[in-house]
Design a protein around this ligand. Structure first.
Ligand code: NAD
Length: 355
């Protein structure tokens, strides 16, 4: 199993170091061989090569079975030419790998329920939602788009467009993901108003015929935004377009209250998937052994599950993380009353010991 690892900037190298130790121990325990190659992306790539996504990085990624990313960006590169900003590296690699599906699980470990913003009676029902967002189509990329002047006033316009093949492939990702979870998909659209949503719904229903073991429901996006805070326990997998997914995945993430805990995956059709924590490079704490490595460690669990079909190994990592939290270990971002404050290294080592 060939893995390209891109630690990136800020806390990226620190959290990735802990993640890779976990991967190594999983390899030993389950007798797998992970062939890891490091590559440059973001600010460090700019410093060394002048561009945020060197050709060699793209080549290494394409030659791998999966790609792991820490984070990119930081104040050092905030004032450089926007066309070579570190974030361009991230957008660039997503494009090069044709990653059209973004999987964002938002689950609340019971040990961290005090960090959740919702009422205790809602939290007690549990939160384990996976938002599957279409990433390369919809209104963010639809044509025509632009700005103009009509009758003396300024006008802006975009096009929300989805083609059958785009809807089909994202629906398949959602149903496949549901099969690895609680076997429920809720498709979110605005079919009462938008024509594009009516086509979306029609095609999702057609795809569902191939997944009789998975329950399909539909919900309008305004209701979904409300239901996510009213009772997130009702959701398993939510599948939706680019715009709605952008909003709902952030909403789902924030209700768990801990940015340092949340992993993500971006998947393409025949290319390696990209796995990364949802947080950024946290320059305010970089180099101080304060970063929470758990989102990265959980991203590695996602990689094992989605790229290599190693479910038991993924569950082993998730259980080790849960046990570590049960032991009361907390980095600063998830610190609570009675918790033991630890740094990035100590947190990583505790997870290793629990594996
Ligand atoms: P951020 O996610 O880096 O940080 C937000 C806050 O959360 C900070 O206070 C930070 O200390 C804290 N935090 C984040 N991750 C943490 C962790 N693992 N453990 C403990 N605390 C953590 O967002 P930001 O401050 O808006 O952005 C900083 C830089 O990261 C910017 O250059 C931005 O462009 C970049 N960024 C990169 C990505 C990515 O690489 N995918 C995503 C978002 C932002």
């Amino acid at each position: 199993m060939k893995i390209c690892v891109m630690p990136g900037d800020g806390i990226g190298p620190e959290i990735m170091k802990q993640g890779l130790k976990v991967l190594e121990v999983i390899g030993e325990k389950f007798n797998h061989s992970f062939d890891v190659t490091e590559a440059l992306i973001g600010g460090v790539a700019i410093d060394e090569t002048g561009v945020p996504l060197p050709d060699t990085t793209v080549a290494i990624c394409k030659d791998s079975d999966a790609v792991l990313l820490g984070a990119v960006g930081g104040p050092k590169w905030d004032t450089i030419d926007p066309s070579i900003r570190p974030e361009r590296g991230l957008l660039g690699i997503r494009k090069e790998l044709a990653l059209f599906a973004n999987l964002r699980p938002a689950s609340l470990f019971p040990q961290l329920k005090d960090a959740c913003f919702l009422r205790p009676d809602i939290v007690d029902k549990g939160i384990d939602v996976m938002v599957v967002r279409e990433l390369t189509g919809g209104i963010y990329f639809g044509e025509p788009r632009g700005t103009t002047v009509e009758n003396g006033e300024r006008v802006g316009f975009n096009t929300m467009i989805y083609r059958e093949h785009e809807i089909k492939r994202i629906a398949i990702v959602a149903f496949e993901a549901a099969r690895k979870r609680d076997k429920r998909v809720c498709s979110v659209d605005k079919a009462n108003v938008l024509d594009v949503s009516r086509v979306w719904r029609e095609i999702v229903i057609e795809v569902a015929a191939d997944y009789p073991d998975v329950e399909l429901t539909h919900m309008y996006v305004d209701n979904a935004a409300m239901q996510l805070v009213r009772d997130p326990s009702q959701f398993d997998v939510i599948v939706t377009g680019n715009l709605f997914g952008d909003i709902l995945s952030d909403e789902a993430a924030v209700i768990t209250g801990s940015i340092g805990m949340l992993p993500s995956a971006s998947l393409g059709e025949n290319n390696p998937g990209l796995f990364e924590p949802i947080h950024g490079s946290a320059p305010d704490i970089a180099g101080h052994d304060k970063a929470n490595p758990l989102a990265t460690i959980l991203s590695i669990a996602m990689m094992l599950r989605y790229s290599f079909d190693l479910t038991v190994e993924a569950e082993c990592i998730e259980a080790a993380v849960e046990k570590t939290l049960s032991q009361g270990l907390r980095t600063g971002d998830i610190m609570d009353e009675g918790g033991k404050l630890v740094g990035c290294i100590e947190m990583g080592e505790a997870v290793l010991a629990n594996i």
